[in-house]
Each structure stands twice: as structure tokens, then as C-alpha cells.
Ligand binder design. Structure first.
Ligand code: FES
Ligand code: FES
Length: 168
């Protein structure tokens, strides 16, 4: 066991005992039992393991624990609280508007890509609240969906952004 070290996980200072070179994904799933970030390729290729690190999407499968110490890590589980903070809400909703739009659009099939897609889309909307369809497509480009749900996901992101979700 390594010496305890800490980072901010979904708004809470969190101490872990994993070795400093342990991939963050293993720390989150094995030591902290989170089920949002998922192992897909392990090679930074698919995006299923993504988290927000200081607001920027990173691939947790290739990010060592040492790179996140003292920093802000948000996982899928922490997106509603992040939304509440950003929107100035007194209560944390069950789902973010983006998650609600994904449900309404029935945009997910097996769900394996869901974590990475929503992490990346959240990063996009936090930086660009009114993206164009082209900007949504470009943002999600590095995330693989083996079920081919891209049209529904893009519609959901546009809907969450308030544009109604009509594809060109
Ligand atoms: S598991 Fe990390 S990018 Fe595929
Ligand atoms: S919904 Fe199955 S991989 Fe995307």
C-alpha cells in the first residue's frame, strides 16, 4: 500500500492508497467503486473511461494517479452536482439537462459509450453553451459508439443546448 494521497473527487476531498502510477480509472473503479468511468480499450482510443480533470476531458485509462493529486476530478456520478454549482441551484437535480435530453431522445442502446459521450458533451456545453451541430460532431468525434447512436446523441446535445435537437 502506498502512502495516502488525495484529490478532489466530485467536489469532495478524497484520499486513496493506490500507487502513484496506477491509472486513474483503476483508482476510481477498483479502490473507490465508481461505476461511471468504464474500461474499453485501455489505450486512450475509445473514450469510455473519460473524466473531467479541472474541467477538461481526459482518458482515465492512461492518466496516472500522480497527475491528478490535488486537482478536481469529476466523474459521471458528479455531473448533477457540477451542473447545480454552475447553474447556481440550491438543490442537486437527479439528472443534468443533458442527461434528461439523452433519456428523452432514447439516444443510448447498450450504454457502454454513455459515460464518455456525456463527459465530453458536458465539457463542450460548459465551454460553448450554444454549439452548432458541426461543433457537437467535432467534440464527440473521438468517442466510439459501437451501437451507432451518434444521431440521437447529437440531437440530445443540441436539445440540451436549447436548439431543439434538429439535425441538418
Ligand atoms: S478505456 Fe480509456 S479510452 Fe478506451
Ligand atoms: S450505445 Fe452501445 S456503445 Fe454506444
Amino acid at each position: 500500500m502506498a502512502q495516502q494521497q488525495a484529490f478532489i473527487l466530485n467536489g469532495v476531498e478524497t484520499a486513496v492508497a493506490s500507487e502513484a502510477d496506477t491509472p486513474l480509472l483503476y483508482v476510481l473503479s477498483d479502490e473507490l467503486a465508481l461505476q461511471g468511468p468504464r474500461f474499453g480499450c485501455g489505450l486512450a482510443q475509445c473514450g469510455s473511461c473519460s473524466v473531467l480533470l479541472d474541467g477538461v476531458e481526459v482518458r482515465a485509462c492512461v492518466t496516472p494517479l500522480s497527475a491528478v493529486l490535488g486537482r478536481d476530478v469529476r466523474t459521471l456520478e458528479g455531473l448533477p452536482s457540477l451542473y447545480a454549482e454552475t447553474a447556481g441551484l440550491d438543490e442537486v437535480p437527479e439528472y443534468t439537462p443533458l442527461q434528461t435530453a439523452i433519456i428523452e431522445e432514447q439516444a443510448i442502446q447498450c450504454g457502454y459509450c454513455y459515460n464518455g459521450m456525456i463527459i465530453k458533451a458536458t465539457e463542450l456545453l460548459n465551454n460553448n453553451p450554444s454549439p452548432t451541430e458541426a461543433e457537437v460532431r467535432a467534440a464527440l468525434n473521438g468517442h466510439l459508439c459501437r451501437c451507432g447512436t451518434y444521431p440521437g446523441l447529437i440531437r440530445a446535445v443540441l436539445k440540451a443546448a436549447g436548439s431543439g435537437g434538429e439535425l441538418a
